[in-house]
Design a protein around this ligand. Structure first.
Ligand code: FES
Length: 159
């Protein structure tokens, strides 16, 4: 269940983005991309608004959002953490890193800490296999990571 409540200003933003693609349903993926980069995620209320603007069914929007793994319906933390679970990273202990992150943050994969600071997700290969295991926190890349370093890294995100 989404707790996001859409406001008029959100509707204006969505309308503006849809307009910039001439409300063309063929541009649905690009439109959703732009909207997700604006809001961070695509809750149901936003999907409904997109459907209204493009004059397509909500089911169609939902189908696209759930099909592509880069779209998300859950909010991210201020510092989104993504652990690479590609083969190289997996073999080099990515699972231990995930377990450590879950322990430290007390959330599951896909979850967000109650203060909204961190969210935790897993990704497929991010193309830095030489640095395996790899974790991204926001734009920052941590390579050759060991579970014992996790606490210190998390503590470096002070605000
Ligand atoms: S498998 Fe993790 S970067 Fe390639």
């Amino acid at each position: 269940m989404s707790t996001f409540k859409i406001q008029d200003c959100h509707k204006e933003t969505i309308k503006g983005i849809c307009n910039s693609f001439e409300n063309n349903p063929g541009e649905l993926i690009s439109i959703l991309h732009k909207i997700q980069s604006e809001f961070g995620y695509l809750p149901e209320d936003i999907q409904r608004e997109v459907a209204k603007n493009l004059k397509i069914s909500v089911a169609k929007v939902y189908g696209v959002v759930t099909f592509y793994s880069f779209f998300t319906m859950t909010p991210k933390g201020k510092y989104p953490i993504s652990v690479c679970m590609g083969t190289a990273c997996y073999v080099r202990g990515a699972e231990k890193i995930v377990d450590e992150l879950k322990d430290q943050l007390k959330i599951k994969v896909g979850g967000v800490t109650p203060d909204g600071k961190f969210s935790l997700d897993c990704l497929r290969c991010v193309g830095a296999c030489g640095l395996a295991p790899v974790v991204l926190i926001g734009e920052k890349v941590y390579g050759r990571l060991e579970a014992s370093q996790v606490r210190e890294i998390l503590e470096s995100y002070v605000d």
